[in-house]
Design a protein around this ligand. Structure first.
Ligand code: NAD
Length: 277
């Protein structure tokens, strides 16, 4: 059987096949994963899916009760998890997340930058400094800080996978507002920059771009904020059904896994074709 075996530092030696079944493994068993925003919605479902794949999960979120509930569910199913509670746009919280993951798991293989907010979803002219700063700080600065903090560990190990939860608002103008849309476009910039600068060093970075998904984030509020003339062409005509957190989690875990070992710098719409319209 011919097998593609490139030489050099970018060789995907983590993309292994099971000798018995000759099947591609996700390779997540025993891996250490940090998932942000894992107290609810897409993040929680992603954390639970990683745990089912045999990964050890650090749940990072502002919401203590929700984060503890995620950890409880993982442990109840026999998995390994711990929570770090705090605002991920705070450097000290970021340092704590990385230190706790390395201390508890002895490694750090996957980072999922998923936490995010929509805030007031204002059009640019109505966006005040506070909304701008809050949305950029949480949706863009926090993933930047956390990614910068995990990179030394991934570079030392010669491998790592980073997945961002961008948005359909990363691909077009969106009723989610100016700050949100700009923050998610910029997240794609982080993904592409990482892919270009760290390819060949065993590190991959990718994003999902979810369409409207049933979580506690209020995707309908954009319609209320901007009215039918703005929202109609953006959403009314094109939107299909709302996706589930599970459908987003499946895509995140795929991108994080060895099944995506040749996927780097990609932004994957998970939206039932909305981005194709
Ligand atoms: P959610 O509100 O259920 O989850 C977001 C989580 O992030 C919450 O648990 C919240 O406590 C946490 N969080 C917010 N700010 C934080 C901070 N500063 N530090 C730590 N944790 C913080 O919403 P969701 O829909 O699961 O959102 C997850 C991601 O998906 C977000 O980045 C969002 O922009 C993106 N997204 C969602 C949709 C959708 O329709 N639900 C669509 C596109 C993109």
């Amino acid at each position: 059987v011919w097998r593609f075996r490139p030489a050099g530092p970018s060789a995907p030696d983590r993309h292994h096949e099971s000798k018995e079944q000759n099947m591609i493994s996700t390779g997540l068993e025993g891996r250490a994963v940090v998932v942000t925003g894992a107290a609810s919605g897409i993040g929680r479902t992603t954390a639970l899916k990683f745990a089912r794949e045999g990964a050890k999960v650090l749940v990072a979120d502002l919401d203590q009760a929700g984060a503890e509930e995620t950890v409880k569910e993982i442990k109840a199913a026999g998995g390994h998890a711990l929570a770090v509670v705090g605002d991920l746009s705070d450097q000290q919280v970021v340092d704590d997340v990385v230190a706790r993951a390395v201390e508890a798991f002895g490694r750090l293989d996957v980072l999922v930058n998923n936490a995010g907010i929509m805030d007031r979803m204002s059009a640019l002219g109505e966006t005040d400094d506070a909304e701008w700063e809050r949305v950029i700080r949480i949706n863009l600065t926090a993933p930047f800080l956390l990614t910068r903090a995990v990179l030394p560990h991934m570079l030392a190990a010669g491998s790592g996978s980073i997945v961002f939860t961008a948005s359909e608002a990363a691909l077009r103008g969106s009723a989610a507002g100016a700050a949100y849309t700009a923050s998610k476009h910029a997240v794609v910039g982080l993904v592409k920059s990482l892919a270009v600068m760290y390819r060949g060093q065993g590190i991959r970075a990718n994003a999902i771009a979810p369409g409207p998904t049933a979580t506690s984030i209020r995707v309908d509020a954009g319609a209320e904020a901007h009215g039918p003339t703005v929202i109609g062409p953006l959403i009314g005509a094109n939107i299909g059904r709302r996706g589930s957190a599970q459908e987003q989690a499946d895509a995140i875990v795929y991108l994080a896994s060895d099944a995506a070992s040749f996927v780097n710098g990609a932004v994957l719409p998970v939206d039932d074709g909305w981005a194709a319209v």
